[in-house]
Design a binder for this molecule. Structure first.
Ligand SMILES: NC(=O)c1ccc[n+]([C@@H]2O[C@H](COP(=O)([O-])OP(=O)(O)OC[C@H]3O[C@@H](n4cnc5c(N)ncnc54)[C@H](OP(=O)(O)O)[C@@H]3O)[C@@H](O)[C@H]2O)c1
Length: 253
């Protein structure tokens, strides 16, 4: 057994979480901080929420979090974000590609801009963040971990989310290809959340149906998604290229 085969204790590890100011990304950042990880909190528009998440991470971990801003639909800004991380931390141990766009459109109304908005963040940015992260990991010669947030929408077909479905199915297959490309030192896995509601977003058209169709008859919690992310981050390199649905059984066919 070599160091690269070992489990990956999170204490002291340098982990970038994209879209970490709010909601699921915030929950992942807090769970990492509670394990003693050093967290880089990426945000785009949610500057105040990012600062609050950073304060909470500092309290939980005792480490000073790194706050990084980038419009992830612009690859040049992704490169600049990783340069900030390199100069602050001199490397990176793990990446959680969490940031995403989710929109509902009638299939005949989807424009090129709608398609690009979703794919640029959900798929293109996830790829370029993984590429930059892996370069940092390889440059330092340390084992690495990448977790991509996919979705139930990458496993199921939804008539009013064709563009989102395509992007998240892409994330799942990209996870498999990257797992081969980055083996053996860097694992790449994916978590596919089911229905994780938040008060501030109106899920009224889907929530009732989603819960009643869910075998366990309830919506999911942020902590349950974060647990799955931390499972992949902590695991030895024998688990790679996998997607774990955290969906109360909704994706079972
Ligand atoms: N919530 C669910 O039920 C559910 C279900 C299935 C899958 N998921 C997946 O789980 C992950 C987290 O879900 P969520 O609902 O917490 O996500 P979310 O709130 O919709 O988005 C997370 C963050 O992504 C960032 N983001 C969006 N566009 C960006 C851009 N162009 N550049 C930079 N950042 C951008 C935003 O950061 P700022 O706020 O800073 O702008 C946002 O806060 C996503 O990958 C999502 O697809 C969620």
């Amino acid at each position: 057994m070599t160091a690269m085969d070992d489990a990956f204790p999170l204490s002291g590890k340098r982990v970038l979480v994209t879209g970490a100011a709010r909601r699921i990304g915030r929950g992942i950042a807090l769970a990492l901080a509670a394990e003693g990880a050093r967290v880089a909190i990426h945000y785009s528009s949610s500057r105040n929420e990012a600062a609050e998440t950073a304060a909470e991470c500092r309290r939980l971990s005792g480490h000073e979090p790194l706050l990084v801003h980038a419009r992830l639909d612009q690859v040049a800004q992704i490169a600049a974000m990783f340069e900030t991380i390199r100069s602050a931390w001199n490397g990176l141990d793990a990446l959680v590609n969490n940031a995403a766009r989710f929109t509902r459109r009638n299939v005949f109304d989807i424009t090129e801009a709608d398609w690009d908005e979703v794919h640029n963040v959900n798929l293109k940015a996830a790829f370029f963040c993984a590429q930059h992260a892996a370069r940092l990991m390889r440059a330092e010669g340390v084992p690495g971990r990448i977790v991509n947030m996919s979705s139930l929408g990458g496993l199921q077909a939804w008539a009013e989310h064709v563009h989102y479905n395509a992007s998240k199915a892409g994330v799942i297959h990209m996870t498999r290809a990257l797992a081969k490309a980055f083996a053996p030192d860097i694992t790449v896995n994916s978590v596919a959340p089911g229905f994780i509601p938040f008060e501030e977003r109106d899920y009224s058209q889907t929530s009732e149906g989603a819960v009643s169709r869910t075998p366990v008859q309830r919506a999911g919690r942020v902590e349950e998604v974060a647990d799955a992310v931390l499972f992949f981050l902590r695991s030895a390199n024998y688990i790679t290229g996998q997607t774990l649905a955290v969906d109360g059984g909704l994706s079972i066919r």
